[in-house]
Ligand binder design. Structure first.
Ligand SMILES: Nc1nc2c(ncn2[C@@H]2O[C@H](COP(=O)(O)OP(=O)(O)OP(=O)(O)O)[C@@H](O)[C@H]2O)c(=O)[nH]1
Length: 369
């Protein structure tokens, strides 16, 4: 008898939606599953891989350097997956985090192709949504930036949703039920074929709602998608924890289905305006000064995402910088692997690298290049 195929969950979502945070929490909550995680970032250095690696030694993390995982020119994806299959006796489940600027359809197509289909089976595709941003009027930049960016970002976001089985409403900690219902309505309007909407309080999902769903297996028409929802921490008291409410669509006919895969040859592949670059400094940084500097840059440049590490001037470990649009968070992680140098990744639409370097040098009083 041939060995069972390894289930694969694809986690997609726009830049900064919370994919890595959700995965970190999943790793912590699913200790009984031996996970392999492929992390794909639009940038030359994997910040997310480093963050996930901090979680647990039992999980293996693979950084895929190509920001477009499984796209035509990604030469790493196939060998990485086949190597995982060779070690199938120690892997229960594979998770793939796509970069925020990629579509999951490329991975989904490759998994269904003849090279991988005998060994792997798509379990489900999750699209993680920055819910406050969705409610803010969508995925456009503030009004003073170009309309083209608005349209481009909105299009990518909608295509990520359209390819997903499950939409995860994330960053909902401060939202009331009316806001959640409004978000659900908006998601359903954008992606009417979505099967499930799930809520992630504090970027946490129950593993029973996330892994082992078998959504793409033909035999599973009478699927067992949800566990005992009422016992889930954090969800039981909320009106929307009633999956019947969330799940306005029929559950019947959940056999293998075609996703009607949309083309993934677009967005920054065709639009070189989308850029990602790393800026480094060998000097230790004062936390408050660096935060202010990055916040000022985020206000003045067309950036969607800033993340990275820096050695702290005071204390051990590293400073972690997390910026989504103009919201910048900086935390000191004293117990993390120390940062040898400061490395910040900037992702945006026509951002000026020289201007950002100049600002960083001026505002932090340290040398960046
Ligand atoms: N308030 C709040 N913040 C969150 C939540 N989930 C993630 N964040 C924050 O959002 C920022 C981005 O989170 P990530 O998990 O790195 O997002 P990502 O989707 O992996 O980002 P990219 O891979 O760069 O596209 C971080 O500062 C997180 O701490 C949440 O549920 N609530």
């Amino acid at each position: 008898m041939s060995a069972p195929r390894i289930p694969v969950t694809v986690v997609t979502g726009f830049l900064g939606a919370g994919k890595t945070t959700l995965l970190s929490n999943l790793i912590r909550d699913s200790k009984q599953r031996r996970l392999a995680i492929l992390v794909n970032e639009f940038g030359e250095v994997s910040i997310d891989g480093a963050l996930l690696r901090g979680e647990d030694g039992k999980v293996e993390i693979h950084d895929l350097s190509n920001g477009l995982v499984a796209y035509d020119d990604d030469e790493d994806f196939l060998p990485t997956m086949l190597a995982l299959w060779q070690r199938r006796s120690v892997i229960d489940h594979v998770l793939i985090e796509t970069s925020g600027l990629a579509l999951p359809s490329a991975v989904m197509e490759r998994l269904q192709g003849e090279a991988l289909a005998p060994y792997f089976v798509l379990d489900a595709t999750l699209a993680v949504v920055d819910t406050p941003l969705l409610l803010d009027g969508g995925f456009g930049q503030p009004s003073d930036t170009e309309q083209a960016v608005d349209a481009s970002v909105a299009e990518l976001f909608e295509m990520q949703l359209a390819n997903a089985d499950i939409v995860v409403l994330n960053k909902i900690d401060a939202l009331d039920d009316d806001a959640l219902l409004a978000a659900e309505t908006r998601v359903r309007a954008l992606a009417p074929s979505i099967r499930f909407i799930e809520l992630a309080y504090d970027a946490k999902l129950d593993t029973r709602l996330t892994l082992g769903l078998h959504l793409h297996e033909p035999a599973n028409t009478a699927h067992r998608h949800y566990g005992p929802v009422a016992t889930m921490p954090g969800l039981a008291m909320r009106p929307l924890a009633n999956q019947g409410l969330l799940d306005g669509h029929s559950h019947s006919g959940l056999g293998a289905h075609s996703h009607g895969l949309t083309t993934h040859k677009h967005f920054h592949e065709q639009d070189p305006g989308w850029q990602s670059f790393m800026i480094r400094s060998k000097e230790a940084q004062d936390a408050a000064t660096l935060r202010e500097a990055v916040a000022a840059i985020a206000r003045s440049e067309p950036l969607l995402r800033i993340k990275g590490f820096a050695p702290p001037q005071d204390g051990a470990g590293r400073l972690l910088v997390q910026g989504v649009r103009s919201r910048i968070e900086l935390s000191h992680e004293p117990d993390a692997t120390p940062a040898k140098q400061a490395q910040l990744v900037f992702i945006g639409y026509h951002p000026s690298r020289p201007r950002i370097v100049e600002q960083l040098c001026k505002l932090t009083g340290t040398v960046w290049r």
